[in-house]
Design a binder for this molecule. Structure first.
Ligand SMILES: [Zn+2]
Length: 130
């Protein structure tokens, strides 16, 4: 885990700990029953601070997609498939796809190890946890 990230953003500590354990953790509001991502200290829907961390299923559906032809940094390969995935729990994430995808395709998450830490990436299918 990248120590600097959770030091600077303590509300994201559970998120980074989850990635290290192979899980995508969402924050769930106990007041309005909404799950959200990215980690915050209060619910973006009702502003409650009565929150808990929950493990996402890692399954979702491609909301939209694009193909990036140039790498943003030397740490990434190009071309790169990017997608906004709507998780089964509701939140949408901008993620890297490990294969081409179509809008509406079911996808599932894996954790890819990088130099700094594991990051969530998605692929076709809904086999995670099935
Ligand atoms: Zn709420």
């Amino acid at each position: 885990m990248n120590k600097h990230s959770s030091d600077a953003f303590p509300e994201a500590r559970d998120y980074f700990d989850g990635l290290a354990a192979g899980q995508l953790r969402l924050t769930h509001c106990l007041a309005c029953k909404t799950s959200f991502f990215y980690p915050r200290i209060a619910c973006p829907s009702c502003h409650s601070e009565d929150l808990e961390q929950v493990d996402a299923t890692g399954r979702g559906t491609v909301f939209t997609r694009t193909r990036q032809e140039r790498a943003a940094t030397p740490d990434f390969d190009a071309p790169m498939e990017l997608a906004v995935v709507g998780l089964d729990e509701g939140p949408r994430l901008l993620v890297r796809m490990t294969s081409e995808c179509e809008i509406g395709s079911p996808v599932s998450m894996n954790i890819e190890e990088t130099k700094a830490r594991g990051i969530p990436v998605f692929d076709h299918g809904r086999d995670r946890g099935a």
